[in-house]
Design a protein around this ligand. Structure first.
Ligand SMILES: Cc1cc2nc3c(=O)[nH]c(=O)nc-3n(C[C@H](O)[C@H](O)[C@H](O)COP(=O)(O)OP(=O)(O)OC[C@H]3O[C@@H](n4cnc5c(N)ncnc54)[C@H](O)[C@@H]3O)c2cc1C
Length: 482
């Protein structure tokens, strides 16, 4: 039996139509997830299909791969993505080795996923194929120019109007959905840091060990950093150069914008060939964002997901993961939809579940970006020295030494081990189901004696323990050898 057919999810008893604004990773993941539980989905994407693709790299952490496996995409991922086993830490200017982190079987077992690397375009195509195969409709060249959330209707640049039962804003930080939900356009403030994404063929000899285990290479420098990893079956390498940003403008999807020689200034000379052989260099500004209080529009029929709800620092490991988790949670909640009146409470449940998760993960990712690219100072020297000491002892540098577990490591395990679909199931069992029983009890009371004030009678024996399909499915996924 294929992975896809082994993971049939609970189907909604009340299919409705979702209009998804934005066909990036969040929009496609959400479309696929909602189709899997039986809802109708139309995605409206401003650009054509080629333009929404990025050739630079994406890292998929265990909390993301376990969702994609659960959705039956393991075979498709195996064909495109590489399983990554280590992170290699070095010093940017000198190229000196600091230490490494090997993802042990114990950690992977605990998190029930694996680390993978691939390009944005490859992940995009996997999600596009799965979503359209599942019956989602995706319309390219369909820019949404106006949103009327109370009428659940959008107007396209062509003048066409399209409506749905629920609007999902998946159009990123710069799309129109954020303003439609919170009433004003809010942008992140440039931080003075940017990442420049480069896709190159050439791998310097001193990094050749990355090929052995598809390792991720990290270099800490003076206000600069590099993250690099193999893609395209090791044919190419995706490089992200962190460094000073003088424009405050760049975003994913921009044309190559940086003279190649500029990005490698001060870099270990052994890395220069990367720059000479690089095909693209696009600079993306790292912005700081305040948390949005509301992700659900006042009328209760429009919700934000992905970068539209919670913009992440670009290139960070969890940005894509959070976008996919959003779709997974939304669909899990709406798989329980049996009546129209539940829509609003499910959207608020989504907000409640996702805000706390994305806020803590984003704070951690923001800290990581600035930890890597810290200007030379006592703290950066301590960082390097601490890693060097652990590296010399052959210990995993993220885990802390001598049997001690570092706070950072506990945080990593918590983020990777999180199962967003289980969390959505828990919400349903703990709150959603209880609310439904209460409403049913009240209705029965109303019908029985016509007394609207009668207290609802709970029949606790009527509660059934629902076995989470996620738990069942991921157990079977765990046994797989990569
Ligand atoms: C072209 C591109 C390349 C990327 N490459 C990488 C990469 O290599 N590595 C990496 O880590 N991250 C990359 N990202 C970022 C990554 O996709 C996000 O961090 C994350 O996955 C969540 O994305 P999202 O779907 O919420 O937002 P986005 O990726 O920003 O997608 C939003 C989508 O909404 C569409 N849209 C905007 N306005 C409208 C409108 N008015 N009407 C209709 N549609 C609209 C946009 O065209 C876009 O396709 C890239 C993003 C893009 C757009």
């Amino acid at each position: 039996m294929s992975a896809e057919s082994s993971t049939a999810p609970l189907q909604t008893a009340h299919p409705i139509s979702f209009l998804v604004i934005g066909g990036g990773i969040a929009g496609l993941a959400c479309a696929l997830a909602l189709r899997r539980v039986g809802h109708h989905v139309l995605v409206l994407e401003r650009q054509d299909r080629d333009s929404v693709h990025g050739e630079s790299g994406i890292r998929l952490p265990p909390n993301l791969t376990k969702i994609l496996f659960h959705w039956g995409l393991k075979d498709a991922l195996k064909q495109k993505a590489l399983v990554s086993h280590t992170i290699l830490f070095t010093q940017y200017e000198s190229g000196d080795y600091l230490g490494s982190q090997v993802w042990s079987q114990d950690v992977l077992k605990e998190t029930r996923g694996v680390f993978m690397v691939l390009t944005h375009a490859e992940l995009y195509d996997i999600l596009y194929d799965a979503a359209t195969r599942a019956g989602a409709q995706i319309r390219y060249n369909s820019e949404v120019v106006e949103i009327d959330a109370s009428e659940r209707e959008v107007t396209l640049a062509s003048g066409d109007k399209v409506s749905g039962d629920v609007l999902v804003g998946a159009d990123g930080e710069f799309g129109p959905s954020r303003a439609a939900v919170i009433g004003q356009q809010v942008r992140g403030a440039p931080t003075g840091l940017a990442i420049t994404v480069v896709s190159g063929k050439h791998l310097p000899p001193n990094l050749s060990q990355l090929r052995d285990d598809n390792g991720v290479f990290v270099a800490f420098g003076d206000g600069r950093a590099i993250v690099a990893f193999p893609v395209h079956d090791q044919e190419d390498f995706a490089f992200q150069f962190y460094g000073p940003d003088d424009s405050g403008e760049g975003r994913f999807g921009d044309e190559p914008s940086v003279p190649l020689v500029e990005i490698a200034s001060k870099v270990d000379s052994r890395l220069e060939p990367i720059v000479r052989h690089a095909r693209q260099a696009t600079r993306i500004t790292v912005r700081a964002h305040s948390d949005l209080e509301d992700w659900v529009e006042d009328d209760g029929r429009m919700v934000l997901i992905g970068e539209a709800a919670h913009p992440f620092p670009p290139g960070t490991i969890q940005a894509t993961a959070m976008a996919v988790e959003d779709g997974a949670v939304l669909a899990k909640l709406f798989s329980h939809l049996s009546e129209e009146r539940q829509i609003e409470s499910f959207l608020y449940a989504f907000q409640e579940l996702r805000q706390s998760r994305t806020r803590s993960v984003r704070a951690s990712e923001f800290g990581n970006a600035f930890f890597m690219a810290m200007p030379a100072c006592d703290a950066s020297r301590q960082r390097d020295e601490g890693m060097r000491m652990l590296g010399e002892k052959g210990l995993n540098v993220l885990e802390g030494g001598d049997g001690e577990t570092s706070g950072a490591w506990n945080e990593v395990r918590t983020i990777f081990g999180y199962d967003c679909e289980d969390e959505a199931d828990d919400w349903w069992v703990q709150w959603g189901l209880l609310r439904e029983r209460a409403l049913q009890g009240r209705q029965a009371g109303d019908e029985g004696n016509g007394d609207a004030s009668a207290a609802p009678q709970f029949d606790f024996s009527a509660f059934t323990v629902e076995v989470s399909e996620t738990a069942t499915d991921t157990t079977s996924e765990n046994g797989h050898e990569w």
